[in-house]
Design a protein around this ligand. Structure first.
Ligand SMILES: [Zn+2]
Length: 427
């Protein structure tokens, strides 16, 4: 996370690149890698501020590469950033050797890239004297991608972005920023978190009422188990080899599911303009969840790890809170009682009558309790409210609907509705 005066977010989109633009971008990638390497080679052990590296290495970068002047500057800045992070790694007692540039990426800023949100297009500077190339942003067809939240916003302005080539395609990681301070120059503590509850029937439920069902995962796992059971009855080498192959396939399958859930959670946070994501602490989660199998803890730890790095790439923080009472506490009135949770899926408050899906109630509690603790913490994140589908909740202050301008595109059709009754509260 950046510590400067801006909130930063990254929206990822695929690019449609023409066959004429393709080789130019490829060449720009290789010039960029060479430029960064030149700058690092020159500045390593000598300096690490952007201006120092630029002063020292700029001429070399221009001489050694075909990069234009602005990209040469950006390459120097990239080198400075990387040297700086090596220094801080070493300060933390970790190893850090001189960076080498192998990944196919290029950094862009407002001088080397122009974004046309209305046309869903971008123009990118390439190397040498070649003109810019234009490419269409391949945004989700149904127009409810979180990317629109930033592209169509007056509040968020485009900033440094990176072009990536991977899996045979081009992707743009579009950077956006907005000031952390209000117009009076006062730091605003109105950041938002997304609460996430983890469970057995639903892998995850967010405080914005997005449900990630575990139905298919649990079904397929039972299938894998059945196949393994059959194979274990055969005591042959062949069966043993097949058994290993099946286990490998199961691992891959589970990881694939967890990746897509992690992507969904991060997208949900971006869609609702959140600054971070709050989970319950994972320690002892298996004991807390009835019906959780041995692999659940492993899966939740994996999921958390995936969310953590995907969120970090998008400029969001991820944190945990003590899970005490999250399943038995009423998110509306705070009343805690064993009887509030009559079955695994349904929650009914014995005091205020609030009825809700139990995991959704818990997701709100996770966010609520995270915020209450955060208010007393010394390392504050500047968050004070959590996101619902239709507004935000500030602990002790209550519910605020989203302003008229804040239009979250409907995602209802994409997601399974919760099974329990949804009350008339702020869903
Ligand atoms: Zn209640």
């Amino acid at each position: 996370m950046s510590d400067d005066n801006y909130h930063r977010r990254t929206a990822i989109t695929r690019l449609v690149v023409s066959s004429t633009a393709e080789p130019l971008l490829r060449e720009t990638v290789s010039e960029w890698k060479r430029g960064c390497q030149t700058a690092v080679d020159k500045a390593w052990t000598r300096c690490h501020s952007k201006s120092d590296v630029q002063q020292l290495a700029y001429d070399d970068v221009r001489e050694n590469t075909d990069l234009g002047s602005q990209h040469a500057i950006l390459a120097c800045h990239q080198a400075a950033e990387n040297i700086k992070s090596c220094i801080s790694r070493r300060q933390d007692g970790k190893k850090a050797s001189k960076p080498t540039y192998t990944s196919p990426t290029v950094t862009y800023d407002s001088r080397t890239m122009t974004l046309f949100p209305d046309q869903e297009r971008v123009s990118l500077t390439t190397h040498g004297d070649h003109s810019r190339v234009r490419a269409d942003l391949e945004l989700p067809d149904n127009e409810d991608g979180y990317q629109h939240q930033y592209l169509d916003s007056d509040e968020w302005e485009p900033t440094e972005s990176t072009l990536h080539y991977r899996d045979g395609g081009w992707y743009l990681h579009l950077g956006f920023r907005k000031p952390k301070h209000d117009t009076k120059g006062e730091a605003t503590e109105n950041g938002t978190v997304l609460g996430v509850d983890l469970g057995v029937n639903e892998i995850a439920v967010t405080s914005t009422a997005r449900f990630f069902s575990a139905g298919e995962l649990n079904h397929n796992r039972r299938e894998f188990e059945r196949i393994r059971g059959n194979l274990q009855d055969h005591d042959s080498r062949n069966a043993h080899r097949t058994l290993e192959a099946v286990s490998g396939r199961e691992d891959e399958y589970v990881k694939h599911v967890l990746h897509s859930v992690a992507n969904g959670i991060v997208e949900e946070a971006l869609r609702y303009d959140c600054d971070g994501i709050a989970f319950e602490e994972l320690d002892g989660i298996r004991e807390r969840l009835s019906g959780a199998a041995w692999h659940s803890e492993w899966a939740f730890a994996r999921l958390y790890e995936y969310v953590e790095y995907k969120a970090e790439a998008a400029g969001l923080f991820v944190d945990t809170t003590n899970p005490k009472h999250t399943s038995k506490r009423c998110a509306e009135c705070g009343f805690i009682h064993d009887d509030n949770r009559s079955t695994r899926d349904s929650f009914e408050c014995q005091k205020c009558g609030n009825r809700n899906h139990a995991d959704y109630n818990a997701a709100k509690n996770v966010a609520d309790m995270y915020l209450r603790r955060e208010q007393q913490s010394s390392r504050r994140r500047g968050v004070s409210q959590y996101a619902l589908k239709s507004g935000t909740v500030t602990p002790n202050r209550g519910y605020t609907p989203y302003p008229d301008g804040f239009e979250v595109k409907s995602t209802d059709k994409l997601h399974r509705r919760p099974t329990a009754c949804m009350p008339s509260d702020h869903v």
